[in-house]
Design a protein around this ligand. Structure first.
Ligand SMILES: *Cc1c(COP(=O)(O)O)cnc(C)c1O
Length: 392
């Protein structure tokens, strides 16, 4: 089956980033977080001297086991985001004693885990999300995947999971996408593949401590429109009683625990007739993010200047790849001021009153760019002008 894939869509059709020659591959940084005690430091330098090159994550060690029958028969359009998975997955095990094992691509299947795994108890885990787009030229492209690899490394440092070679992991992901590429071809034009790298502690211990065993795996699902309702504007519920992240916290890392803790607010927003939460922070009710999206305000600011504004990366904000891309593109346009700055609800409300708001939108890999049409704040409804225009 793999051979026929290759004939249909040759390797060069997958235009993802990959290292051009093995000699360019740098060994990754030391797979440790920063130990507090001198004793810990001594143990770690002993470990370092015992390490050998085979303990690094290496795409050259990749083995591939294909499934006997593809499950590509479902009609993906009717399925919700994140429910239809492709035939294979990538798994790479790590242990403190042996370093990184050989990456494996194998048939998609359940994981078997010790019930005491610290990822299940203490959220010692993280994830990423990136999309594979099929262009009009039929070629598949991963969108800026190195930025996801770098953010994944940062999340790993935050929960003391080991470092990995980002270039090598990306090459393994590229191989997985290559094997699964037919899934992108059966899906409709609005469908993409969504790649979900996941990194979990498999430490079988109830102690709250750094993992000595971990599993990095990558699965792929079909992704159409993330929110039901397609391209319509989203309504947001803004209540300062809940916060998503705190200064010095983990809101700037893609750690699973950040999301579970948001669910109650998400469902409360629905009780108020809204689709997502507008996350506020601080006594001045700073605007931070919308649901799991970064937020942008295109407005005439307090000084009368046309500006595209988004909150700065100050540890409350997840550094989105889409966010970064929007900032880079609009700065290149040079059509209006582009700022990373604080925005408060007071500023937004008076701008809405004075009709200075041109557009608000959320950004993220899953939803791409999503217009925000309505905000419920202090029991009142603030509508952005483009929503009014629709209503007229
Ligand atoms: C993933 C995520 C985003 C968007 O990041 P992208 O890299 O653009 O997908 C924004 N906010 C939160 C909280 C996220 O988890």
């Amino acid at each position: 089956m793999a051979d026929s894939f290759k004939q249909l869509h040759p390797l060069q059709h997958l235009a993802a980033f990959s290292p051009s020659s093995p000699s360019q591959i740098q060994p990754g940084p030391t797979p440790r977080c920063y130990p507090g005690s001198r004793q810990a430091q001594a143990e770690i330098s002993d470990m370092e001297t015992q390490r050998n090159p085979h303990t690094q994550l290496g795409a050259a060690d990749l083995t591939v086991q294909l499934c006997s029958e593809s499950l590509k028969t479902t009609s993906p359009e009717s399925k919700a985001f994140g429910t239809v998975f492709t035939d294979h997955m990538l798994t790479i095990e790590w242990s403190e004693a042996e370093g990184w094992g050989a990456p494996r691509i194998r048939p998609f299947g359940n994981l078997s885990m010790h019930p005491a795994c610290s990822s299940l108890h203490y959220g010692i885990q993280l994830f990423e999300g990136l999309k594979v787009y099929r262009g009009e030229d039929e070629r598949l492209r991963l969108f800026r995947p190195m930025l996801n690899m770098k953010r994944m490394s940062k999340s790993a440092r935050r929960v003391c999971l080991p470092a990995f070679d980002e270039v090598e992991l990306l090459e393994c992901i590229r191989r997985l996408v290559e094997i699964e590429q037919d899934w992108a071809f059966i899906s409709g034009p609005s469908m993409h593949l969504y790649v979900r790298p996941t990194f979990i502690s498999t430490e079988a211990s109830l102690g709250v401590k750094r993992a000595t065993r971990a599993l990095l795996y990558v699965i792929i699902c079909l992704a159409g429109s993330y929110f039901s309702g397609g391209s319509e504007g989203l309504s947001l519920w803004a209540d300062p009683k809940y916060i998503r992240a705190a200064k010095g916290g983990t809101g700037d890392c893609k750690l699973g625990g950040n999301y579970g803790g948001c669910l109650a607010a998400q469902y409360e927003a629905k009780e108020f007739g809204c689709q997502q939460v507008l996350w506020l922070y601080g006594d001045d009710h700073q605007i931070t993010e919308a649901g799991t999206m970064n937020i942008f305000l295109h407005w005439i600011n307090e000084d009368g200047v046309e500006e595209l504004a988004t909150p700065p990366l100050d540890s409350l904000i997840l550094p989105g790849v889409t966010r970064q891309s929007i900032l880079e593109i609009t700065r290149k346009w040079g059509e209006f001021a582009v700022s990373e700055r604080y925005l408060t609800m007071d500023q937004l409300c008076s701008a809405l009153e004075q009709q200075r708001v041109k557009e608000m939108f959320g950004s993220g890999t899953a939803c791409m760019i999503r217009h925000l049409s309505q905000i419920v704040y202090k029991g009142e409804c603030g509508r952005t002008p483009s929503d009014w225009t629709l209503l007229v």
